[in-house]
Design a protein around this ligand. Structure first.
Ligand SMILES: [Zn+2]
Length: 61
């Protein structure tokens, strides 16, 4: 009890199996993506995608 729960599965981006995964919303929740498809990504891939999205949105001002 009280232990942080993590999910393990296959990353849809790098295709590694049995890695700690996080759910990535393909459409940001702020844009109504809460009920839209998600991808299971490992933590490194998720970070990469978040950085990529931040970079794109900062380029658009
Ligand atoms: Zn990955």
């Amino acid at each position: 009890m009280g232990k942080k729960r993590t999910e393990t599965g296959a990353c849809e981006l790098c295709l590694r199996e049995e890695v700690e995964i996080t759910i990535h919303h393909l459409t940001p929740k702020e844009m109504g993506g809460t009920f839209l498809p998600t991808a299971n990504l490992c933590i490194p891939c998720h970070k990469q995608i978040m950085l990529y999205i931040q970079m794109l949105s900062s380029e658009q001002g």
